[in-house]
Every structure is written in structure tokens, then in C-alpha cells.
Design a protein around this ligand. Structure first.
Ligand code: CAO
Length: 565
């Protein structure tokens, strides 16, 4: 074993460039060719790989450091034999650009404009310049379009290899007449990027096709830095051979690994706001963007384009579309402590999938309110005393079901479902109630609750709850609900945000009632208050209607005689 300093190899024009990512840490075992850091200039970013395999003993650079050829990146512990290999960076192998074979053929994209160059009226082909080890690299961004006026040095396209991305600037100013590349094209030195008209600082094209080797203007030969070094030389791009002065226009600024990451997730990088230096997009930015899209806080341009017009196609509920979700984090929990793996119950698996769809697809809003149930609770206790022998216990939930039926009659859209662009108003009142069972959450349904009294509802609810706990509910017991109540009143808590049980459009969450001081105009009175949380689908219901629904429910619960009205 020996310690070896891994240095920045000859990377051409990359001099004093900033370290924007450190991709390893002390103790990491790295392979030869594994990327250690990402460096970045104004126009290109590049990952610098390790020339040897070994274990990282010390990191000699940090974020923001400026490095050049020969700068030590890490101290690596390598096997004896490998250590004997010369770690010194390979000498620069930058080759000068080939001399132009024709003085008036075409221009290298990166060649700076000759200061005294005249304007020319004919078309000018702008080509990919000689930029070193640069073969069959993909065009990942086209930064201009036909009709655009471009300045000399303005970036035209971004190309990317495994390890580096680079913007190719224009050698001349002019108007884009024709684009010769598109996204995904593989380009090589000499390929025509676009044709400019009225170009300044370049020369007109005489016989383009016959002069493929002419890649630099005579006045400004381009140096061609190649990324050739020892074992560390990545199959990568060198920096563009130009003086990078122009600012990138509308360019997604990210390292190749972040670009790759974004591509895998289908994230449009051009829509992600970078939080890194100079607005560079980091992996975290991509993750945050994805999370925002998932949460519905942000729409990608593509989604916006696909989305139905406002008011139309609200029934996109069945659509789904592409969510481009991040992969679920894979964590080896055993690394942190003892663990046990248990399969989830069948109910949990099924309800989990439904809940996820409903949470993501429905633009849901929850209104919280309180209902004064002092008198109702007194009545319930009295009723239970009187009916003690019947064996049927009247529950607050049974009263809530009746109260909700009255509210659903007054606000029929709460008892509806979306069907494409139409609403189906149900003329029946089947009320589901969430029941907690040892195997997970189920929702039995009280059918025709409008036609049943509180006692009958209580009795049916007791039977259904028992069937639920015993795992004996059949599909018929759980289907057809037009509205659902989820009561945590027997357990506790103040408010929560229940998830709508699609294709219903609203759900009422209820928590534990408690005595609160309420001002009656003269004094505070102890009142039993029931917390209500109404979640509703904003495509169907608006906030005012939701507030009215809750207020109406509160009035009924405060004085149950109103049910009769
Ligand atoms: N405030 C105060 N106390 C309440 C109450 C409320 N809002 N609601 C019920 N209680 C009391 C009851 O009066 C009862 O007290 P007593 O035993 O002294 O009479 C006790 O709490 C237990 O009630 P319960 O929960 O057994 O009966 P219920 O009719 O209220 O509910 C059922 C039945 C099946 C809905 C319930 O057992 C259950 O499973 N609840 C959980 C639902 C759930 O998990 N929802 C979450 C879905 S989102 O994940």
C-alpha cells in the first residue's frame, strides 16, 4: 500500500476553474476512472476522474477552490503495484487546430470574431470547432432558433458526453437562417451547427461541402485542448476552444451528472431554478423541483400544455399523466440499527394505492370548523340510558351521518362525482365511515342513510364495524358511498386533513370533542365543541360553499331539530 496524490490532468484551457462538486469522501473506495470532482468554467463543466483505484485518505480540495492542471485532488491509498505507476498528470497534448485548407470556407463555431472582419451578405455555416477528444457527442440543448439574431460568442448549442457538457458558441454575429442540428443529434468536429445570414466577423461560405476540414478562421486559429492525460483522462470533452466571455442565454446550467439525473427523471432542466453558484442547478434543485411537481405546486411547461383548459376536462381524474416521480429512496436501515421486515397487509396495500392516487390527483382543500354539540351529546347520553336494554348504543357518528345527509341535500355538489366534464348528482345518500381494523383502514357504507333513523344507523354501524374488525366485510358492504365521514373522536386529536375517497368529492373528518369556554354575549359558558375538518375537491366545490357546508352542519349539530326543516 502506498499513498498517491491524484492530480488534475491536462484539461486544456481549463485553468483555475472552480470545483463545484466533490463526489467522494474520506474512506470511500474509488475505482479507476471514477469521477472525483466536477469543475466548471463559464462555458463548460467537467468531471475529473481518478487515475487509480484505491481508498480516499484525504481530500485536498473543497467546494469553490480553483484548480488547474497538477492541482492535487485527493490522497489515495493504492496497492503497491499501482502506486508505482506514475501519477503525474500527462503532459498537455493540446494540438493546434489544423490549418484551414481554405481561407473562405466556413467558420469554427468557437472561433472569436476577427475584429476588423467585414459584414458579409451571404450565408455562413457555423461548425463545431476542434475541441479535442470530442466524438459523437450528443446535442442536449439547442439554444437558438431560426430567425434569432445571435452575437459572436453567443452559445448556440450544448453538447454532452459521459463526463462533461459544453456550450458551443458562435464565431460570428448574424441571423439564424437554418438550424442543422436538433436535440439528440450526435455531432463531431466540423459538423455544421447552423447557417447564419448577414454575418459579421466571419466569411461567406463559398463551397462548404468541399471544405470540411476548415475549422478555424485564418485570423484566429483555435487551440485544441484535448483531455488526454494518464489513466485519468476521461472519454470526455475538452473545454471549448474560445475565450468565453459571452453569457449563456436561457441555458440550464448543470454538471453532466445532474443533467443525467434530471434526464432519468424526465425533469426539464430549463425549468429548474439553480441554487448553486452562478445559478448552477444542483441535484437537490432537481429533487426539489420534482417534489413540487408531485405536490401539484408546480406544473412543467409540458404538463401545462397538456392540461385541459380551465373548466374543461376536469375529469382528468382518470387521466394520470406522467408524474416523473423520484425513485423511492433506498436505504439500508440495518446500517443504523436492528430491523425486522414485515409484509404489509392486503388491505394496507390496496388502500395505500388508492390513497396515493387520490392525494396526488385531487386538488383537495380542507376547511376546519367547530360545532357546538353540548345539547346533542346530552340527548345522546339520555337516549342511550333510555335504550340501555335494547343493546344498541347510539353514537355521535350516527348523528353526524344524519346531519351530513341534511347538508348534502342542501349542497348537492358535495354528493356528486366527476365524470369527464360533467357532474353526476346522486339522488341517494350512502354514507361511508372509515373504520380502523387490525389489518388497516376500511370504509363500510350505510346505505340510504336519509331513509333511516339514528337508532337504525347506530345499529347497522355497530354491525358493520364488527364485521370490519373480523375481516368479514364483503364488497357490497364497502361500495356505493356518495360521501364519507372519518371519525377519530373516540381516539383524540384536534383537526386533520382526511383524503377524499374518489370518486367522491368530499369527506368530513371529526376529532374528539371537548369542553371549551364560549362567549354568549354576557359570559363565558362551558360548551362541548366538536372539531370538524371538511376536505373537498376544488374542481367541483369552491371555498365559499365549503365554509357554508360546515356552518350549516354546525347549526344542525347545535340544534338537531333543524334536520326536520
Ligand atoms: N368526541 C368525543 N368522544 C367521542 C367522539 C367524539 N367526536 N366520538 C366518539 N367518542 C367516544 C364515544 O362516545 C365512545 O365513548 P364511550 O365508550 O364512553 O361511549 C368512545 O369515544 C369510542 O367510540 P368509538 O370509536 O368506538 O365509536 P364511534 O362510533 O365514534 O366510531 C368507528 C366507530 C368504527 C368509526 C371507530 O371505531 C373507528 O374505527 N374510528 C377510527 C376511524 C379512522 O381510523 N379514521 C381515520 C381515517 S384516516 O386514516
Amino acid at each position: 500500500m502506498a499513498l498517491l496524490d491524484i492530480q488534475v490532468p491536462d484539461i486544456g484551457d481549463f485553468d483555475s476553474v472552480a470545483v463545484i462538486e466533490v463526489m467522494v469522501k474520506v474512506g470511500d473506495t474509488v475505482k479507476a476512472e471514477q469521477s472525483l470532482i466536477t469543475v466548471e468554467s463559464d462555458k463548460a463543466s467537467m468531471e475529473i476522474p481518478s487515475s487509480h483505484a484505491g481508498v480516499v485518505k484525504e481530500i485536498k480540495v473543497k467546494l469553490g477552490d480553483k484548480v488547474s492542471e497538477g492541482s492535487v485532488i485527493v490522497a489515495l491509498e493504492v496497492a503497491g503495484e499501482a502506486a508505482s505507476a506514475a501519477p503525474a498528470p500527462a503532459p498537455a497534448v493540446a494540438a493546434p487546430a489544423p490549418a484551414p485548407t481554405s481561407p473562405v470556407a466556413s467558420v469554427a463555431a468557437a472561433a472569436p470574431a476577427a475584429p476588423a472582419a467585414p459584414a458579409v451578405s451571404g450565408p455562413v455555416e457555423v461548425r463545431v470547432p476542434d475541441i479535442g477528444d470530442f466524438k459523437d457527442v450528443a446535442v442536449i440543448e439547442v439554444l437558438v432558433k431560426v430567425g434569432d439574431t445571435v452575437k459572436a460568442e453567443q452559445s448556440l448549442i450544448t453538447v454532452e458526453s459521459d463526463k462533461a457538457s459544453m456550450e458551443i458558441p458562435s464565431a460570428a454575429a448574424g441571423v439564424v437562417k437554418e438550424l442543422r442540428v436538433k436535440l439528440g443529434d450526435k455531432v463531431n468536429i466540423g459538423d455544421v451547427v447552423l447557417v447564419l445570414e448577414g454575418a459579421v466577423g466571419a466569411v461567406a461560405v463559398a463551397a462548404v461541402a468541399s471544405a470540411p476540414a476548415a475549422l478555424a478562421t485564418p485570423s484566429a486559429p483555435v487551440s485544441a485542448p484535448a483531455l488526454a492525460s494518464s489513466a485519468a483522462a476521461p472519454a470526455a470533452l475538452a473545454v471549448p476552444a474560445h475565450n468565453p466571455t459571452a453569457l449563456a442565454v436561457g441555458v440550464a446550467h448543470a454538471s453532466p451528472s445532474v443533467r443525467k439525473f434530471a434526464r432519468e427523471l424526465g425533469v426539464p432542466l430549463s425549468e429548474v431554478k439553480g441554487s448553486g453558484p452562478k445559478g448552477r442547478i444542483t441535484q437537490t434543485d432537481v429533487q426539489r423541483f420534482t417534489a413540487s411537481v408531485m405536490a401539484g405546486a408546480v406544473q412543467t411547461l409540458a404538463q401545462a400544455a397538456k392540461a385541459p383548459a380551465a373548466g374543461a376536462g376536469a375529469g382528468g381524474i382518470t387521466g394520470g399523466g406522467e408524474l416523473n416521480l423520484l425513485p423511492w429512496p433506498k436505504v439500508d436501515f440495518a446500517k443504523f440499527g436492528p430491523i425486522e421486515r414485515k409484509e404489509m397487509s392486503r388491505i394496507k396495500k390496496i388502500s395505500g394505492a388508492n390513497l396515493t392516487r387520490n392525494a396526488i390527483v385531487i386538488p383537495a382543500v380542507t376547511n376546519h370548523d367547530d360545532a357546538d354539540i353540548t345539547e346533542l351529546e346530552a340527548f345522546r347520553v339520555l337516549t342511550n340510558k333510555e335504550n340501555e336494554k335494547s343493546g344498541v348504543k347510539v353514537t355521535m357518528l350516527a348523528f353526524l351521518i344524519k346531519a351530513c345527509v341534511a347538508a348534502l341535500k342542501k349542497f348537492p355538489e358535495f354528493n356528486s362525482s366527476l365524470d369527464g366534464d360533467a357532474l353526476i348528482y346522486k339522488q341517494y345518500y350512502h354514507i361511508g365511515f372509515a373504520a380502523d381494523t387490525p389489518n388497516g383502514l376500511v370504509v363500510p357504507v350505510i346505505k340510504d342513510a336519509d331513509k333511516k333513523g339514528v337508532l337504525q344507523i347506530s345499529q347497522e354501524m355497530g354491525e358493520l364495524a364488527k364485521k370490519a374488525r373480523d375481516g368479514k366485510l364483503g364488497p357490497a358492504d364497502m361500495s356505493g358511498a356518495s360521501f364519507t365521514i372519518s371519525s377519530l373522536g373516540g381516539i383524540g386529536g384536534r383537526y386533520f386533513t382526511p383524503i377524499i375517497n374518489a370518486p367522491e368529492v368530499a369527506i368530513l373528518g371529526v376529532c374528539k370533542s371537548q369542553i371549551e369556554p364560549k362567549w354568549d354575549g354576557k359570559a363565558f359558558q362551558p360548551r362541548l365543541m366538536l372539531p370538524l375538518s371538511l376536505t373537498w375537491d376544488h374542481r367541483v366545490i369552491d371555498g365559499a360553499a365549503a365554509a357554508r357546508f360546515n356552518a350549516f352542519l354546525g347549526q344542525i349539530l347545535a340544534d338537531f331539530r333543524r334536520v326536520l326543516l
